[in-house]
Design a protein around this ligand. Structure first.
Ligand SMILES: Nc1nc2c(ncn2[C@@H]2O[C@H](COP(=O)(O)OP(=O)(O)OP(=O)(O)O)[C@@H](O)[C@H]2O)c(=O)[nH]1
Ligand SMILES: [Mg+2]
Length: 463
């Protein structure tokens, strides 16, 4: 399969907008020639050293100075793409960057497609597919947890774990192939039970460990939806504001203040949480409020976790009880609000009604108890406390990896059955090869072009 294109590509690598510095990146065999056409170093040099920054100007074909820049030429293969690479560090003005890029393109260079630099790094074998995916994850990460996961993956954590499983399968396959070549020893080698043990310890268990972390990976990459629900006036918007540390939603003593849903992203100990404030649930004739309540119900249905807020300073109402029923099947935390004006007796009484639920007492208005609530949210989402999670390796498969790992696990089970029933070695070899092919797909050795194209198109231009 011919995948490498050797033409030279260029793009603005920095984000659009005004910045101190903007970077134009060029990759391919013509990089050095393009640099010498455009760049005039401050001091004259016979040749520019590789991996060295030079100060100078970029000049247009008409001899107009476009900007003062720092330029670097990086000779292959010690570069991001393993091709010759040039970077021009200009001032971060959109017009400067556009005008420099126009000159670069006029020199016969093609505009890079989204993710094309990283795709070249992958195709040249500098990084495997899991590392390339980690680059997208890193650019898109919005919290410390997502960032840590992406950096670990970029450094090869997932690749290493998948490679260890592959190596175990390769070892088994090697012995099975010997058995095929020397059929007389077949029975003795294959029935030794050694394979079953190898399969369990070095294939099945590590596969399960990886799959166990798929949900956590999804949460860290995509975030979770936490919906604040409750009857009117219990302090839902006050809770949103308290968790955001910002007066985002209107708060009044009038029931029915919030009419539409309000959504904000917060980081709960590194996990991206889409926090949704909703209209207080009650039956109401007001058309707008009724629409808001309908939306609130939809959001509750989609929630990964509901913060069910009740006002403990007043007796529970019929609306609270109805909502309790409606949210019975949801993963939820009972938030007892307005603790500052509630008596102990009131709190105990409400506490008994929700005896089976996790309860957190807060005063949203003053911020009392909100840290405890954050701990409870974290634990409800992750199924573990922060300390327990920190002890585990931060490596988790994404959706694509998970689908492939599941197929591999299935294959592993078939292999185990095959071994137990003692089938011929050549059939074992076929199953082992299928498992190996699956894992090769994770790291990108056998990944079809259309999957690769779809994957790299998620990148931004210039990466
Ligand atoms: N004393 C006290 N009052 C609170 C607390 N939290 C909210 N309140 C008050 O309760 C009233 C309602 O608060 P909101 O945050 O608007 O309540 P809500 O649940 O969003 O109300 P709707 O949007 O109408 O459904 C306001 O007057 C708040 O100041 C609290 O912890 N203690
Ligand atoms: Mg509100």
């Amino acid at each position: 399969m011919v995948r490498l294109k050797n033409d030279t590509i260029a793009a603005i690598a920095t984000a659009p907008g005004i910045g101190g510095i903007g970077i134009i990146r060029i990759s391919g065999s013509e990089s050095a020639a393009v640099l010498s056409q455009l760049f005039v170093p401050h001091r004259s040099h016979s040749t520019l050293q590789s991996h060295t920054l030079y100060y100078g100007t970029v000049t247009s074909r008409q001899g107009v100075v476009l900007d003062e820049v720092m330029a670097v030429f990086m000779r292959a293969p010690r570069t991001y793409t393993r091709e010759d690479v040039v970077e021009l560090h200009s001032h971060g003005s959109y017009f400067v960057l556009e005008s420099i890029l126009a000159e670069v393109l006029a020199a016969g260079v093609r505009p890079a497609e989204p993710g094309e630099f990283t795709k070249r790094a992958f195709l040249a074998g500098r990084i495997d597919l899991t590392r390339a995916e980690a680059v997208i994850d890193l650019l898109q990460a919005r919290t410390s947890g997502g960032t840590r996961l992406a950096v670990n993956q970029m450094q090869g954590r997932l690749f290493e774990q998948v490679s260890e499983i592959r190596n175990a399968l390769i070892e088994i396959l090697a012995v099975v192939e010997v058995a095929i070549d020397f059929p007389d020893d077949d029975v003795e080698i294959i029935e030794s039970g050694h394979f079953l043990e190898l399969l369990e310890h070095r294939v099945e268990t590590p596969l399960r460990h990886l799959l166990d972390r798929a949900d956590q990976g999804k949460m860290l990459r995509e975030g979770v939806r936490v919906v604040i629900a409750g009857r009117p006036n219990v302090g839902k918007s006050s809770l949103l504001n308290g968790l955001l540390h910002e007066e985002r939603a209107l708060v009044t003593e009038i029931p029915g203040t919030t009419r539409d849903t309000i959504e904000e992203l917060i980081s709960v100990k590194g996990i991206p949480v889409h926090l949704v404030d909703t209209a207080g649930i009650r039956s109401h004739d007001d058309v707008v409020e009724a629409m808001g309540i309908e939306r609130a119900r939809q959001k509750m249905a989609q929630a990964d976790l509901v913060l069910f807020v009740v006002d403990v300073s007043t007796a529970l109402s019929e609306q609270d009880h109805q909502l309790n029923q409606a949210l019975a099947d949801k993963k939820r935390i009972l938030v007892f609000n307005k603790l500052d004006i509630a008596t102990e007796d009131q709190v105990n009484r409400v506490g008994k009604v929700f005896a089976g639920d996790q309860q957190v007492q807060v005063a949203a208005k003053s911020g009392l108890g909100l840290n405890t609530l954050l701990d409870a949210i974290y634990q409800a989402i992750m199924g573990e406390t922060e300390d327990q999670v920190a002890e585990q390796p931060s490596c988790a498969p994404n959706q694509r990896h998970t689908a492939i790992l599941e197929k591999t696990l299935l294959c592993c089970h078939q292999l185990q059955e095959t071994l137990v029933s003692g089938v011929p070695a050549d059939l074992l070899a076929v199953d082992l090869q299928i498992a190996l092919d699956h894992l090769a797909d994770i790291v990108g050795l056998t990944t079809p072009d259309d999957v690769l194209d779809a994957l790299f198109s998620r990148f931004c231009i210039g990466k």
